[in-house]
Ligand binder design. Structure first.
Ligand code: AMP
Ligand code: ZN
Length: 464
């Protein structure tokens, strides 16, 4: 039984799709810049959900949007459209900006083995649908016109805030919403913005020339392709307040019923324990990781080892350790690939069951990875290799390319600083006869691909 944590209920729930194919909407990129590793963590998460569903035998109908208009600099309807700003700064039209960054985005996700959802929907291809959606909201009395746009009337939707469980006051403080005297409530949000003549991307509408708000885009395209009630809606945790609250308000106002069964949110990636930001110069791209000698799939391996609902701290040392562990895994599997031996069915079945239990417990990939690691340490057998390939339908780590590394005489290894620190802490624990802690730290090192060999004089750190 597949269980998924639903942000709305804050509980793990049994997953039961509405129809034959699982319908899933994933908030996609705003294509005004390169995707950074934090953004990409969120798409690895989306991909893992899709892979686990497929492993369970479900057919999928997934939609991901490409936001090429309407995402303002702040979530509170303030500031310039991100596309317009990039266009001004990079001296290209917003269309050129969108086309370029969209193509790089698809190259990036392909390198990370992230499968493309069945339907990719560009916001600018759906302006008419959005206008119709806004008209329907006005007709139902949920939206009103001001001199600068059409706004959703939050006062008419008493359930506002049920996803984030924040009071309206907290939401307003968080979103720094602009003071607009024409709005009925400070948290009312724009469905449509009237455009100044210099605004490049603008379309005709019943309210003059303008462009859609960011939130209406997702509600419109989800409804258009997936219908009034979908199984899963995914995004990053930053979407919970504002973006997804607004989507819920619009869509439930229109349908008069709930429109999403399960809300899933991926936690953030941090860098060196802090926020990722351009000004700190720590928003790395896949191209930059490659320049530093990292395989994109080592980054995927790095993401898979932390559960999607936990924060993941990125450092180059930890990525290095992941790359080492990933290569070690491929090497160990290489021995199984070459083998002509068999393994007992009962042993294989046990691994299969453990793996399924892990992935079906709210997509617990770190636990599933532990099952794989234990399995590859079995005596070399072609059955183990075949089962690892089965598991790789979920991991997406190209395990078919496994190749045994040639054994060199004790190669001198470059041990990353964080590994050295853990090994030292373990040695201290051992000296203090704190065996539990010592064992725990040994397990941590093993997960990162290292072993410590103790002797009377001290210890040495080795790979694998
Ligand atoms: P954007 O292109 O800015 O709309 O963001 C694309 C996706 O990346 C969204 O789903 C965000 O929730 C997600 N995201 C942004 N920053 C991070 C981060 N530091 N860690 C994980 N996901 C992020
Ligand atoms: Zn969205």
């Amino acid at each position: 039984m597949l269980k998924i944590f639903n942000t709305l209920s804050r509980e793990k729930e049994e997953f039961k799709p509405v129809g034959k194919a699982v319908t899933m909407y994933s908030c996609g990129p705003t294509v005004y810049n390169y995707a950074h590793i934090g953004n990409l963590r969120t798409y690895v998460f989306m991909d893992e959900v899709r892979r686990v569903l497929k492993y369970n035998g479900y057919k999928l109908k997934g939609v991901m949007n490409i936001t090429d208009v309407g995402h303002l600099l702040s979530d509170g309807d303030e500031g310039e459209d991100k596309m317009q700003k990039a266009s001004r700064e990079q001296k290209k039209t917003p269309w050129e900006i969108a086309e370029y960054y969209t193509s790089v985005f698809f190259e990036d996700i392909a390198q990370l083995n992230i499968g493309k959802p069945e339907i990719i929907a560009k916001a600018t291809d759906h302006i008419d649908d959005m206008i119709k959606y806004v008209e329907a909201l006005i007709e139902k009395g949920y939206a009103y016109e001001t001199s600068d746009g059409i706004y959703f009337d939050i006062g008419k939707f008493p359930d506002y805030g049920k996803l984030s469980r924040l009071s309206l006051d907290d939401q307003i403080a968080g979103a720094r919403v602009e003071v607009n005297s024409e709005k009925r409530h400070p948290a009312d949000f724009a469905l449509w913005k009237k455009a100044a003549p210099e605004h490049i991307m603008q379309w005709e509408s019943p309210w003059g020339m303008g462009f859609p708000g960011w939130h209406i885009e997702c509600s419109t395209m989800s409804r258009k392709y997936l219908g009034s009630l979908i199984d899963i809606h995914s995004g990053g945790v930053d979407h919970i307040p504002v973006h997804h609250e607004n989507e819920i308000a619009q869509s439930e106002a229109l349908e008069g019923a709930k429109t999403v069964n399960t809300w899933m949110h991926g936690e953030f990636m941090l860098v060196n324990g802090g926020k990722m930001s351009k000004s700190l110069g720590n928003t790395y791209t896949i191209a930059q990781l490659k320049e530093k000698g990292f395989d994109p799939l080592s980054f995927r391996y790095f993401c898979l080892n932390t559960h999607y609902r936990k924060k993941l701290n990125f450092t180059f040392e930890s990525l290095e350790a992941s790359q080492t562990a990933y290569r070690r895994l491929l090497s160990l599997l290489g021995a199984h690939k070459k083998s002509t031996q068999n393994t007992d069915t009962s042993v294989l079945d046990k691994y299969k069951a453990e793996f399924l239990e892990a992935i079906n417990d709210d997509i617990n990939l770190p636990l599933a990875m532990g099952v794989l690691w234990t399995m590859v340490k079995e005596k070399p057998s072609k059955d183990i290799f075949a089962l690892a390939l089965e598991f790789d339908k979920v991991f997406g780590l190209n395990l078919k390319d496994a190749k045994e590394e040639e054994k060199k005489d004790e190669p001198a290894i470059e041990v990353p600083e964080d590994i050295k620190a853990i090994a030292e802490e373990r040695w201290e624990a051992r000296k203090n006869k704190d065996w539990a802690k010592s064992d725990e730290l040994r397990a941590v090192l093993a997960q990162k691909g290292y072993v410590v060999v103790d002797s009377k004089e001290g210890y040495t750190i080795k790979l694998g």
